[in-house]
Design a protein around this ligand. Sequence first.
Ligand code: PLP
Length: 451
Amino acid sequence: PDHATALREMTPQSERFHERARRITPLGVESNVRSFDPYPFYIDRASGSYVTDIDDNRYLDFLLALGPIVLGHNHPEVQAAVKQQVDRADLTATPQPIAIEFMEKVAEMTPSIEQVRLANSGSEATMHALRVARSYTGKDLIAKPEGGYAGAHDYALMSVYADEEALGPKERPNTVPFGTGIPDAIRDTVVAIPFNDKEHTEAVLREHAEDLAAVIIEPVMFSAGCLKPRDGYHEFLRDLTEELGIVLIWDEVMTGFRLGPGSAQGRFGIEPDMTTFAKAAGGGYQIAGFGGSREIMSEIVPPDSDDEEPWNTTAFHGGTYNGHPVSCAAGLRTLEILSSEDVYDHIDRMGELLFEGLQEVADDVGVPATVEYVGSMGQVYMTDEAPYHYRDTWAANVDRFADWWLEAAAGGVLFGNPMQSERFFTTYTHTESEIEAALEVAEDAFKAVDH
Ligand code: PLP
């Protein structure tokens, strides 16, 4: 059966709109990951736990903008803060107090951050963090886990997806640019490490220790679904990078302010040298940033000397839209709510109900599926065994996942997007009865897919 049939039938306006969209933009979407077969549906409005498309179908939302929506869509207090700021001032390029207040709040909540700078996307944040780490160490090479995503810029877009032949041996993976247009010279600034494989990670890091500026890594590899760190992998990496003088950057773009008030580092009790964040920090508005110790962040500050070209001796960080006041107002209000209400208790409890429930219904139906989650974030792998290494995630049946997703979407529930390498979330407005309703839809969708 064509699992898209039901969704197609309910989205005629989106299908028509997609034709128009494809004329103006490749794939008819603003970002590649929004495209799927047969066509994406276009959203008209969002509120609380729901989004409504232009055909007036309402979906219970666990995609949540790929992570940012932690308080529910259009949280009234966030909206009020945005409206107040819109009336006060737009962008000025002279600093506004709201951005400083937002950064103070970020540092107050994040154990490892003494100083912070802002950006507009996770990609910008990781790009600048890598530059600062290179400046600090005076070295060029970066290590990142195979299968991890750390942003869309050339310096990070390596070994994200590729075929097995290109990636080579799993213990010593090759570095493979994700897609075309990335110079070989930049590929050679990155070495790939195998996530959760301590022995071979150590071998790679020791071999390149003299050249390595930084390891950039997600606390949980959500860019491969939900690949959990196992057997003390992060404790081991923390110790080893410290020993070798390599800056440890935790890319908390996905996990930041979502896995707890202190982000993943607070939850796991590990202090990286630098941290990047975005998504949940802005509560639906575009804010991102990076931070670390005062010592590392002072790489950005030109020396106070008679040097005639001081900028050339430090790491540049700039951006017209950095600290946009509207985003900072949204972010500050979001962080205030996150640190004063029982948001994490709630989203984690909803996460437990949802993800444990999904495992149960998959088992009941007899679909080989393994649900992995941490707090409010998780993924359904269409395979019997929980992945340990990144390449274990390849065992999951991606077609079955996409079919299941399409069936559930037609039932009015968005379990993330139809890609196995993504993950989905719970949010503050989700209720127990919404989770129950979602599980019923999920069960019917499991029944409908090939298994
Ligand atoms: N780092 C991680 C771990 C991410 O998950 C993402 C985006 O999903 C990024 C970086 C890039 O963030 P952005 O899409 O805001 O550029």
